[in-house]
Design a protein around this ligand. Structure first.
Ligand SMILES: Cc1cc2nc3c(=O)[nH]c(=O)nc-3n(C[C@H](O)[C@H](O)[C@H](O)COP(=O)(O)OP(=O)(O)OC[C@H]3O[C@@H](n4cnc5c(N)ncnc54)[C@H](O)[C@@H]3O)c2cc1C
Length: 502
């Protein structure tokens, strides 16, 4: 690596949804961040993820950018388990729904937000290797360039070079199901919709749509999105039009005259998770840290939320307001969340089998999920609204998302999420105004005196006792809850936002 190295505090490898979100989070925190993206443009071959779950919409709302996504997508009840719908319209959140929006639009909107912030962007360049030492990480680039960073975050997808270069194990399960997915022109009239047979689940959907009066209206003509289960797992190489045609003929007896593909890809139910999300100065987020079957539409959501968990922590470590050990909480909190998703996708794959016994089992599960309590529990998992980081015992809010309550403050009414737009921690005092003195942390933590008139309710848990004060992290999770007295506040401030200023 002889070339001159441009230095940054953080280099993000990969400009997918995870890398983009992390770049935005670090820039908001005032960190010198660059990202390196292999793709020269924002064009994404294929539509991949179909939308956002409620907690991701909330996370975007916490940064004041949810409307950019909501205005381009279609609100819908998207949560489902093994294709059994899970309605969350009775959940206590402003976003009691999911959003149908293709991944290429999600990435474009995120990139638009990142472009408004101070992020150095290297597009059309690939990271070819990294080498870390005690003081930083050297990043080798295609074309012979090089960067140097205090920390590198691999947001470079399931085949992550960064994960491999950092020597991080990726244990898990080999695939048992293989699907081809493609966007193609179709000469004939295919059987639109989802079909199940002895081979598996298959489907044809229209891709072109317009939003008319707030409703998605699919248009005739234009390319189709095809998904077909392959009879055999483990075909080598990149899939071709011939592979797709053969698989369709195997299932439907015809390939409906498919031609002119713009995207053909293969995905399986391989389920793997990085054994550690960090090795020294190298961290992993998104698909680089976990891969699984797309059932339930959770992967992109996980990655965006990994980024929001990591961003503020990495920023504080880079600025030396917090010790490096704060980064270990990233793995401690996010690894279990993805492990739960990996397990639920494995369960869904099992339930999506098409033999009579599995069909009978899915009917039973479907009946169970028709009951309120099981539906709420699982829907809280699938939507991300039930995430609970293990931050210790006490009030049920600790480690859970702060609800977006309506507050009355000296400056007038506002929503809790508005306080999080700048990704800074907030100590919300709902008790006696001025009763919380955190002078040694005022440079880092904003104190807001406010009143809230309504009840406090959490998804799946129901009503919880109204607290007198809550310490909210920049990612919107509650780190500490206070009563009439305030034991533990100084400890919580130190753990999460660094030692008291002298
Ligand atoms: C068919 C299908 C349907 C899906 N549906 C959903 C859904 O409905 N909801 C959902 O939440 N998720 C869904 N997913 C999963 C979702 O697409 C992924 O979880 C998501 O894209 C992960 O984002 P990421 O940023 O972590 O990684 P990626 O999107 O893989 O981005 C990684 C980026 O890094 C770049 N890169 C890789 N290596 C390098 C390198 N060495 N140097 C520079 N750049 C590099 C790549 O070009 C890429 O742009 C689906 C996936 C598939 C396949």
């Amino acid at each position: 690596m002889g070339a001159a190295k441009i230095e940054h505090a953080v280099v993000i490898v990969g400009g997918g949804p995870t890398g983009l979100m992390l770049a935005g989070e670090l820039a908001l925190a005032g960190v010198d961040v660059a990202f390196v993206a292999r793709r020269a443009s924002l064009e994404l071959a294929g539509s991949r993820a179909g939308g956002l779950h409620a907690r991701t919409i909330e996370v975007l709302d916490q940064r004041g950018i949810a409307d950019r996504f909501l205005s381009e997508g279609q609100k819908a009840q998207v949560a489902a388990f093994a294709a059994v719908p899970l309605d969350i319209s009775d959940f206590p959140t402003r976003h009691n729904y999911g959003l149908g929006l293709w991944q290429n639009h999600i990435e474009r909107i995120l990139a638009g937000w990142v472009a408004e912030l101070a992020v150095t962007i290297h597009r059309g360049i690939e990271v070819t290797g990294i080498a870390q030492d005690a003081g930083g990480v050297d990043v080798a680039l295609s074309g012979g360039g090089a960067l140097r960073a205090q920390y590198v975050v691999g947001c470079d997808g399931g085949r992550s070079l960064i994960r491999k270069a950092a020597g991080i194990e990726f244990p898990g399960w080999d695939p048992s199901v293989s699907n081809l997915i493609a966007e193609v022109e179709v000469a004939g009239e295919p059987k639109w919709g989802i079909h199940r047979d002895a081979v598996g689940v298959h489907g044809f959907g229209k891709l072109s749509y317009e939003i008319r009066d707030g409703e998605v209206v699919y248009l005739d003509g234009g390319p189709a999105r095809v998904m077909v289960t392959e009879r055999h797992v483990g075909s080598p190489g990149e899939p071709t039009l011939r592979d797709l045609s053969d698989a369709l003929v195997d299932v439907y007896g015809t390939d409906y005259g498919i031609h002119s593909p713009t995207w053909i890809s293969r995905f399986t139910d391989m389920a793997r998770q990085a054994a550690s999300y960090r090795n020294g100065r190298v961290l992993l987020a998104g698909d680089a840290a976990h891969v699984h079957y797309p059932a339930g539409g959770q992967g992109l959501n996980l990655g965006v939320q990994d980024a929001v968990n990591l961003g503020w922590k990495l920023a504080q470590v880079v600025k030396r307001t917090s010790p490096e050990s704060l980064l270990d909480t990233y793995h401690a909190e996010r690894h279990p969340v993805a492990a739960t998703v990996v397990r639920n996708t494995m369960a869904q794959v099992a339930l999506l089998r098409t033999d009579d016994r599995t069909n009978a089992l899915r009917d039973t599960i479907s009946r169970l999920l028709g009951m309120d309590e099981p539906r709420k529990r699982l829907a809280a998992d699938m939507s991300g609204l039930g995430i609970h980081y293990d931050l210790g015992d006490g009030h049920p809010l600790i480690g859970r998302r702060m609800p977006d309550l309506d507050l009355i403050t000296a400056d007038g009414p506002l929503r809790v999420f508005t306080l999080l737009h700048e990704a800074r921690p907030v100590l919300l005092n709902l008790g006696e105004p001025g009763s919380l003195d955190i002078t040694p942390w005022v440079d880092r933590v904003r104190v807001v005196d406010a009143k809230h008139a309504g009840t406090w309710e959490l998804p799946a848990l129901g009503a919880v006792a109204a607290p007198d004060a809550v310490l909210i992290r920049p990612d919107g999770y509650v780190a500490w809850v206070g009563g009439v007295t305030q034991p533990g506040l100084a400890d919580a401030l130190t753990i999460w936002f660094g030692p008291a200023a002298a």
